[in-house]
Design a protein around this ligand. Sequence first.
Ligand code: PLP
Length: 362
Amino acid sequence: MTQVYNFSAGPAVLPKEVLRQAADEMLDWHGSGMSVMEMSHRGPEFISIAKQAEADFRELLGVPDNYKVLFLQGGGLGQNAIIPMNMVGRKPQPATIDFVHTGSWSGKSIKEAKRYANVNVAASGEASRFTTVPPQETWQLSADAAYLHLCTNETIDGVEIGYVPTVQGDTPLVVDMSSHILSRQVDVSKYGVIFAGAQKNIGPAGLTITIVREDLLDHALPICPGVFNWRAVAEAESMLNTPPTYGIYIAGLVFAHLKKQGGVAEMERRNIEKARLLYAALDADDFYQNRVAPEYRSRMNVPFYLRDESLNEQFLAGAKARGLLQLKGHKSVGGMRASIYNAMPIEGVQALVDYLNEFAGR
Ligand SMILES: *Cc1c(COP(=O)(O)O)cnc(C)c1O
């Protein structure tokens, strides 16, 4: 097989060891004679797979006992509806949700939330074209918001927030960690809700993991679909209906693999090193440009532009010829983007850096 490095933003690269194990177990999982895809989600085999996946995920992220881990469907965008429908009932209607607008994904969350609540955009990075995040002191938070929503890693804009914001009173913090969950250590106890689509740093598309503090399970609006009611899903241990079984299985293999590698602390160490290497090559001169303020540069998604954009096609073709794939930037912002998730080895980043240097004639 040819060696390639896949820089896709998602669905994205998975650890080779995990894919190999899944291949080995494809036709016969642990002597059951069945593929995981063929198993009843209520049978003992699959229940053991799901329980182990949840236990490993909790251990990796240090999820406290007073939080539920829900395996849902509907992706990150689905959560933009599911979360308000489960949370705005905390306050008299119509309630207000606070948002910090840091890029494309929080923008989509804002748009959807308007269907369920008043939206207060407490701060926006739009004036800087989302190259920075307004300082916390300038956020115009509401006194009585149902929650504050933040996307702590903007996958398209390459903006990452590395600190835990301060909230007003007991306002729960809701964060979209889709594209950097498990890439850095987080103190889960500081958040009300953390959610992530699986297809960036966890596993295949189709699974969405939502971590919910228990006191937030019971505020759903009457219009909330039963299948997305957090309390009901939690009570059914994410098996209210058929969960995305194969996605949960692969996620479980990824979690076990991460534990073997040294857990999230080790991932964070490697991710810092990979990001340093790549940004240093982009910053070496003005041939390439990353426009994000250094303190908000994402360790996971690195957008960049060629100074001479007429060379874009040539750059991408040369990259592809070297097995460096999916470097084209998101259509809404153009340019290039290298996503360097947990499963991207440092050798892949080094190969990209070598190519960046060569193409720039350094
Ligand atoms: C990919 C992504 C999503 C949404 O993904 P879908 O599963 O396609 O709905 C949401 N938020 C962020 C930050 C993402 O990177």
